[in-house]
Design a binder for this molecule. Structure first.
Ligand code: AFD
Ligand code: MN
Ligand code: MN
Length: 424
């Protein structure tokens, strides 16, 4: 289904006076308001194809109804999100869950919704039914060269699909690792992985990037072959300039200082971008900003500071993507909340008084340094985010409009109550 613009405008009219009052109040005290609004409007966050269906755990999966049954329907769902928030103009596909049968038709369909294709993701963490060799003991790190070759070829095939869709990056997440001490020779596992990644790297088109994700544990619980940012950076440094380290917020041990990791990767020119989500314990894949919005703000503070120091374009020079999956919420509502949380953290980071912060840091004025950060964090920037959406032709309140238009009910009518999204 497609959301008509005039319907969004009708709902916007209802809340306009109230919104304008709030926007004027917040923006009055902000010297850089025009710059902030311009940046907020330019900022888009990619939606992963696998977040559009209800998630599950090893205990069960409770379908929410009206889930997309095909790539075309996933694109339509992202189209709904983008029509409402005007900040989700791309989709990231997972191969083989989302094989485009006719790439030019798929591109045309996406373009109808104002969408393009971001990074493509390979999958060597599951066995497919037509697959010759198993990934039970890993893929790119496997002791058997034939398994490694199969996994390399899969990644190269994913690049080919991506080229047809005008994607510009391959994301590699490996579940490779070991569950028990003694199972694996760490050095050989590293070297096998490096050689495999080198072969994939050699197949990248010139204007492509390879994003190497790390994850501290799961599904392997004793060791992971790319376990942390240091290990990923080791691979990406050895691979070359097209290889970059991808930070998934849920892939750290609790209390890790992610903002410091971000700052240093940026300094080295080795930060690929993000998989945004939130977590309480591990790879919980919860809605962005639902558990620790202050951490998200601190990360954006480092991003803005580090990108500005390197003269980078906030909107385009890093990969911004959500990687979440929900078991109990409507996935579209959840993604709207996630995008909103990201834009709020970004807006707050844009409000940090940088000159004052540098002065406080240089004077070892710890109290003032904290005050400056929290002054920005405690500003209610929601009217700024709403205004950016409004100016871009979106909804003042995306979730409200989504509900008033009965989008989910219509999707259930169209697709059925018991549908299950492909890939999950
Ligand atoms: C899994 C991993 C990782 C990866 C995603 C897509 O935890 O976050 O990005 O699959 O391959 O959720
Ligand atoms: Mn991820
Ligand atoms: Mn993950």
């Amino acid at each position: 289904m497609q959301i008509e613009k005039y319907k969004i405008e009708e709902f916007n009219q209802q809340g306009l006076t109230d919104h304008q009052r709030k926007f004027e109040f917040v923006s009055a005290g902000l010297p850089n308001i025009d710059d902030v609004m311009h940046k907020l409007q330019a900022f888009n966050i990619t939606i992963p194809s696998w977040a559009l269906g209800t998630g599950g755990t090893r205990f069960g999966r409770f379908s929410g109804g009206g889930e997309p049954r095909s790539l075309e329907e996933k694109i339509a769902d992202v189209g709904v999100i983008h029509a409402l928030n005007r900040s989700s103009n791309s989709i990231s596909l997972h191969i083989p869950w989302d094989i485009p049968e006719n790439a030019s038709d798929i591109k045309a369909l996406a373009a109808l919704h104002g969408l393009h294709f971001d990074a493509v993701n390979s999958n060597t963490f599951q066995d497919q039914s037509d697959q010759k060799l198993s990934y039970k003991y890993g893929s790119l790190h496997h002791v058997d060269k034939a398994v490694r070759k199969q996994a390399i070829e899969h990644n190269i095939e994913v690049i080919k699909y991506g080229v047809q869709l005008d994607s510009k990056a391959l994301s590699v997440w490996l579940s490779d690792g070991s569950n028990f001490p003694g199972q694996l020779n760490f050095r050989k596992a590293f070297q096998n992985t490096l050689e495999s990644l080198q072969e994939i790297y050699a197949a990248l088109p010139n204007d492509w990037k390879m994003y190497v994700e790390y994850k501290c544990y799961e599904p392997n619980f004793y060791s992971t072959t790319i376990a942390d940012w240091g290990q990923s950076l080791l691979y990406t440094s050895k691979l070359g300039p097209k290889a970059l380290t991808l930070v998934d917020l849920g892939h750290h041990l609790p209390n890790a200082n992610i903002e410091q990791i971000v700052s240093l990767l940026l300094m080295e020119g080795k930060l690929a971008g993000f998989h945004f989500n939130d977590s309480k314990y591990g790879d919980d894949d919860l809605t962005v900003g639902s558990i620790n919005p202050y951490q998200l703000f601190l990360i954006f503070n480092e991003l803005v500071e580090g990108m500005d120091a390197r003269g980078m374009n906030h909107a385009h020079d890093l990969g911004w993507m959500i990687d979440a999956s929900h078991n109990v919420k409507d996935p579209i509502e959840d993604l709207l909340q996630s995008v909103q949380a990201i834009k709020i953290a970004y807006a707050q980071a844009l409000l940090v008084d940088k000159a004052a912060l540098i002065a406080a840091q240089n004077a070892n004025d710890v109290t003032m340094a904290q005050e400056i950060l929290q002054q920005a964090y405690r500003t209610d920037v929601r009217p700024l985010v709403a205004e950016a959406g409004l100016r871009a032709g979106g909804a003042l309140n995306p979730i409200d409009v989504y509900r008033k238009l009965n989008v989910r009910e219509n999707l259930i009518k169209e697709r059925g109550l018991k549908t299950v999204a492909t890939g999950l």
